[in-house]
Design a protein around this ligand. Structure first.
Ligand SMILES: [Zn+2]
Length: 196
């Protein structure tokens, strides 16, 4: 929340997430009531999440359903990355999408305009689907939940949509899409998969 007032006091605030409650003190503006989450508060929150992550990995997962065809394409692509499972690959694609493409208006507009609707449809509407569980780290999961809330979609649906877009790019023979892939994404993916 945007607030430029000077008169603040420290109060305990609650935050509901994963059917649990996080409580910590933070500064609250006396005039407009804005929560001024300082770095101390954010640090405590991330620490709290990391602790939950240790016990309850399942809270940080997206349960996606992907076309078997799409999974086959991913496996084929991963021949060049021995030891990387499709689920790790999908996590990489989603993470890169939100950290590289989605935050850049030019890039996301460019990608949308280049995507081949036929391939996109074939991946989306294929009845032959398989469940894939994608594990996220706390920070990415929090981002994902914020995006899902904004779009009024489930986290899993958001991840599905993004992975389908990027897999459409990977499998397309269109020259411009290939260039977009090579110039804008390939490097990030290699970095991500090497660290995985
Ligand atoms: Zn204020």
């Amino acid at each position: 929340m945007e607030c430029r007032h000077k008169n603040v006091s420290s109060k305990k605030v609650k935050k509901e997430i994963f059917d649990m409650t996080f409580e910590a003190k933070t500064s609250i503006c006396n005039k407009c009531g804005a929560y001024l989450r300082d770095s101390e508060y954010e640090k405590k929150y991330m620490h709290w999440l990391e602790e939950i992550y240790k016990e309850r990995r399942d809270k940080f997962q997206a349960q996606c359903h992907f076309s078997k065809n799409l999974i086959k394409c991913a496996e084929l692509y991963l021949v060049d990355y021995p030891g990387i499972l499709p689920t790790v690959f999908f996590r990489a694609l989603a993470t890169i999408y939100f950290n590289v493409i989605d935050i850049n208006e030019n890039k996301s507009a460019q990608l949308e305009s280049l995507l081949n609707p036929e391939i996109l449809d074939s991946f989306t509407n294929d009845k032959n689907k398989k469940k894939v569980t994608i594990q996220f780290k706390p920070k990415m999961m929090i981002e994902l939940m914020a995006i899902s809330e904004f779009l009024e979609m489930s986290s899993s649906a958001v991840v599905e949509e993004v992975v389908i877009k990027l897999m459409t790019m990977i499998t397309s023979h269109d020259q411009k899409l290939k260039e977009f892939w090579e110039n804008e994404i390939r490097g990030y993916l290699d970095m991500f998969l090497k660290a995985a």
